[in-house]
Design a protein around this ligand. Structure first.
Ligand SMILES: *[C@@H]1O[C@H](CO)[C@@H](O)[C@H](O)[C@H]1NC(C)=O
Ligand SMILES: *[C@@H]1O[C@H](CO)[C@@H](O)[C@H](O)[C@H]1NC(C)=O
Ligand SMILES: *[C@@H]1O[C@H](CO)[C@@H](O)[C@H](O)[C@H]1NC(C)=O
Ligand SMILES: *[C@@H]1O[C@H](CO)[C@@H](O)[C@H](O)[C@H]1NC(C)=O
Length: 336
């Protein structure tokens, strides 16, 4: 009816409609933007624990709307001032693994990156894992950049973490640890050695060197071919009566870990794949969101010879595992 009312009035109504549409589009746009930002879990929209909220309140760094899948923090260390790095956001991570799974080597590779600091096996010290409140105290200090050792970088660290063996408290306090990781936005790298038999042989050899160091003092990792060969010259005897049971227990521990840390931001890496495929270095760096580069380590692999030559009772071991689900562990070709 109004539309028939002559030129001017028609234009006016038309203009009103345009404004209404513009307004609706605007509201829709803002809504979409906000909901996207929410799903992107930007630092801004993360549900923060009280400690982080405190940091947030006095946060003088520019707000970041970057769409990230992990939390970024602006820690304020108690022990020093971050100075020009104060507004370099920090991403928290942890390497979860088991003994003799290549995690020492893996960690030296990460530490060769200028933006990554990984503080080593801090919970190998028993009193630090006496109960979870002590554990969380240590974690708080570490993620607040108040932890200092030789791994600390002088430059602006943008990724900080450490290496944690599953049997050093990570599984004992699994539910508390998992919720800590979720709450504090800790990205988890679970490094698993697929071949439990090779791992077991490495454990036996390492335990022998611990009791009776082959070169004066006990070493778990080596930096030269000669040192590797010396350690590999010792051949353990595998107790076949307990072999399957041993492998079953390892299997179960890995399954439980996968289950316990399922809800965290998780990257599962198999040691064998990481050795074989250089592209995995990229996967890890992208997961940690650092500029991708070639990572280096000076560590030497200790057992490089054929598996059959690395134990005294290979025939028995073979007989025990052939035809079982662990048969694949007997092959040498699983990596390099
Ligand atoms: C990584 O470290 C280099 C060298 O210290 C620095 O120039 C660069 O800004 C850092 N990058 C990130 C993303 O922190
Ligand atoms: C944890 O252990 C420390 C000593 O190692 C003790 O002081 C503290 O009270 C314990 N906390 C809990 C909650 O048991
Ligand atoms: C034995 O230990 C000494 C002293 O640490 C070192 O210089 C040497 O290279 C080692 N030799 C081997 C074969 O590991
Ligand atoms: C291993 O087991 C398979 C059957 O699963 C058998 O055919 C083969 O002969 C066994 N190998 C040895 C060396 O015993």
């Amino acid at each position: 009816m109004v539309v028939q009312d002559g030129g001017k009035s028609f234009l006016r109504v038309n203009l009103v409609w345009k404004l209404v549409i513009l307004f609706v589009a605007g509201v829709l746009g803002v809504y979409l933007f906000l909901s996207r930002a929410d799903h992107g879990l930007s630092y801004h929209s993360l549900r923060l624990d009280p400690l982080l909220q405190a940091w947030r309140k006095e946060d003088f760094c520019p707000q970041r709307f970057a769409k990230l899948e992990f939390a970024q923090h602006y820690p304020r260390p108690k022990t020093y001032s971050r100075g020009e790095c104060a507004c370099t956001p920090v991403h928290n991570f942890v390497i979860l693994s088991t003994q003799r799974s290549g995690s020492g080597w893996f960690e030296t590779l990460l530490n060769s990156h200028p933006n990554i600091t990984s503080h080593g096996e801090i919970f190998s010290v028993r009193p630090r894992r006496h109960n979870f409140s002590i554990v969380s105290h240590t974690l708080d200090a570490l993620y607040n950049l108040d932890w200092h050792n030789s791994a600390s970088k002088n430059s602006c660290t943008s990724v900080v973490g450490f290496k944690w063996m599953l049997n050093q408290g990570a599984m004992e306090y699994r539910s508390e640890v998992s919720s800590y990781f979720k709450r504090r936005g800790v990205s988890v790298i679970l490094l698993i050695r697929r071949n439990g038999l090779k791992r077991l042989i490495s454990i036996l050899a390492n335990a022998y060197d611990r009791r009776q160091p082959m070169n004066g003092t006990h070493v778990s990792h080596v930096h030269s071919e000669e040192a590797a060969d010396l350690l590999a010259s010792y051949k353990p005897t595998v107790d076949v009566a307990f072999l399957k049971n041993n492998l079953d227990r390892y299997d179960l521990m890995i399954k439980n870990a996968l289950c316990a840390f399922e809800g965290t931001r998780l990257l599962v890496i198999y040691y064998e794949d990481f050795v074989k495929n250089r592209k995995m270095q990229r996967t890890v760096q992208e997961f940690l969101s650092v500029p991708v580069m070639r990572l280096r380590s000076r560590q030497w692999k200790i057992h490089r010879g054929p598996l059959s030559q690395s134990v005294t009772n290979w025939k028995e071991v073979f007989r025990e595992l052939n035809g079982t689900s662990y048969q694949g562990f007997l092959a040498d070709d699983d990596y390099s």
